[in-house]
Design a protein around this ligand. Sequence first.
Ligand code: SAM
Ligand code: SF4
Ligand code: SF4
Length: 364
Amino acid sequence: MTERVIALVDAGRHKPLPPPVKPVAGPTRDRLGRTLRDLRISVTDRCNFRCVYCMPKEVFGKDYPYLAHDQLLSFEEIARLAKVFVAHGVEKIRLTGGEPLLRKNVERLVEMLAAITLPSGERVELTLTSNGSLLAKKARALKDAGLRRVTVSLDALDDPTFMAMNDADFPVAKVLAGIEAADAAGLAPVKVNMVVKRGVNEHSILPMARRFKGTGHVLRFIEFMDVGATNGWCMDDVIASREIIRMIDAEMPLEPIDPNYHGEVAERWRYRDGSGEIGVISSVTQAFCRSCTRARISTEGMLYTCLFATSGYDFRALLREGKSDAEIRAAIAAVWGARDDRYSEIRTAETAKERKIEMSYIGG
Ligand code: SAM
Ligand code: SF4
Ligand code: SF4
């Protein structure tokens, strides 16, 4: 198979910042009235998996031009930016990637971010999404560093299916061990994310539901999305969340429950027999843009206001040009104030083909 190489410098196209805006008292609203509450930070563009829906091997081959170390934001730069975002209204920070646990000494970064306080005096809520491969080894250190919870991705319970999806021969048992280690370390409740792709792992829906029912872990089914430009997405590959709920409900009766907070991405359902809950993330069939309060910082410090963006704003330049916290905050206010993203609401077969930023770079 020939490898297509897409350079990240190209993938990380950026656009000029809008004129700075003096932050007003209270939360800044974007053009659709949404506030900025959540920040996802990608700490590496590298990964030890090659999930077919995220980093397909034929694109992310051994010659793939990953970012060099000096192109990444340093821990100090990430922590400084995070503090300014928190001063601006962010309450939750999620570390992601790529595989965030591949970033050397990530525990140190966790420690720096976990110490950030909200204007109310409470600590920022710090979580992390991982493929689980290194979690058995790192869960305790992450908890000790101040991490609150983890989300672990797992797409099947049988090795042939899971390995066909991670394309790295990685076995299910090691991810399960990572989930248990996270639980034992107190990073609970552990959320388990399963991306469902038609014809690939739909037969794993019921076994996954049975496996995690009654464990205290919260299994969440994610509709396969057209993130990036390399995963060959098409609507026929998507299994709608309502189909998943119907399938599980037929065997293990479910009832809907209220969201934990405004803007929660997953729709929650609980087992009628009281043995826990599951979630569905219907990014394709039931867009939730209206309550989207998320911004993303890419591995090299570009700010993106939508997962499906085609370009971002260069905040690394602001940091490295020596801008003050007040100037960076004014830039955040300007970008957020100009935001009108609602990609999932306007998705078509045509938009699905656009050269969007890869998820491994922008962070899921
Ligand atoms: N490597 C970590 C992991 O896999 O959990 C963190 C980064 S990954 C990009 C974040 C989340 O995005 C994972 O739960 C993954 O399954 C999900 N994801 C990646 N590509 C996706 C796609 N095309 N559609 C839906 N979810 C996707
Ligand atoms: Fe890696 Fe996560 Fe993407 Fe899979 S989904 S390739 S584990 S970054
Ligand atoms: Fe938010 Fe963009 Fe996803 Fe809509 S498509 S929910 S605006 S990230």
